[in-house]
Design a protein around this ligand. Sequence first.
Ligand SMILES: [Zn+2]
Length: 480
Amino acid sequence: MRFFDLTLILIAPVRRSLAVAFAGVALALAGCYSTGDLSTTAAQSPKNIIIMFADGAAATQWDFGRYSSKVLRQQPFVTTDVVFKEGALGALITSPSNAYATDSAAAGSAMSTGFKVNIGALSVTPDGKPVSTVMELAKAKGKRIGMVTTATVYDATPAAFSLHAKSRRDYQALVDQYLALEPDVLMGGGADYFLQKGVPGGKRKDGQDIIAAFRAKGYRIVRNTSELKTATGAKLLGLFADEDMDFEIDRDPAKEPSTAEMAAAALKALSQASPNGFVLLVENENIDTTSHANDAASLMRALWAFDDAVRVALEFQRSNPDTLLIVTGDHETGGFSPTYALKDLSTLSSKNRFYTGDEHLRMLGRITISLNAVNEKLGRKPSGETLDELVAKHFPGFRLDPDLREAILKQQTRERNFSYVTQNLLGRMVARQTGYYWGTAGHTTQPVLVGAMGPGAELFRGYQENTDFGRHLRRLIQGK
Ligand SMILES: [Zn+2]
């Protein structure tokens, strides 16, 4: 890349024919190095960019989505089977500026601004400087912008792609920044910081009604699935939960739309009256949250829900080929490690091993509740009776070993990197009988995959930093 930049500088003063010759040599050389960094060649600028973002997903999660979808749903997994397979495929290093394992704020900021920031910061560099976000840049270029998430709309990823804060926990101020930014589409959970304290679900301390303020700016406000489906108009605020939206496994489809339904509504709204195109971010946060809980059954359904939304985006891309479709994540969560293991501790003999296969996947498929929902039902002082009832009702075929049961009742963590006691211990119950083990309740350093189709997709090929992802995106938006 540096080579060709230099060549351009060198050839500027020389005769045109020479310049063409030099450029030809440079291009030929650039072609010799398949570095994936093709900033040497003029990137085709897409009109629209759709970023499908699975928080917490790396290669192991994607492949779990692929084979579970094939075996249990008899459906291809679009992310791996179409986007990764037919598009440009790359990997991103995810570390923030001050550690190796990142959080979503630092990772999202790098992917939005092209700069590494500290854990917890939203598009503010370690020296305290806010740097323009992808969505700010897109808006300045006359593009329409949208953010969709299953988390709160002010959660780390959509916030890092559009706003600025030294701390991702400054929720009320982040919502105020959204009102000032006026994204054309904003959808997810998090009504709490739009509503004043005292009204149901409200947490704002300044007495303001930000939903009313959005309405006054011409937004259509939608609060449930049917309102979303009938919504017309080009500006949309969708708030479907006071806090995070539910996991797919627990979701009531009448109350909360699926990720695919939100993606379809966002594309419908954004593609209206958009001569300069749009940039849309669609995040499924539940892939991260279920992985923190070590909840393989809920993760599987979250991956399918995300992939259904990728299918919607892919269909849009196919009928609008001037659209760049990107599918990626920000970091891996959970050290997810399906593996072979001993059936019990009676002998270490390999004859006592089982290998994770379709029958174990089917066991996951029969689980009917998320581990977070079990934790909520049990509360801080779990009763043994309620615990046994929940396991019997929602985890058919599973047994809760006495050591795990006792640790849940005593609320004792088994290790320092397992901080969601009930969920992580039930996750271990599931692991012992299915082989879906987890290494941690936190994030890991595994690089994330990025797949891209459409104009500019080639920029994302290869093994790069997450800041490179941000740089490429910004370049494509700027049309350079
Ligand atoms: Zn996380």
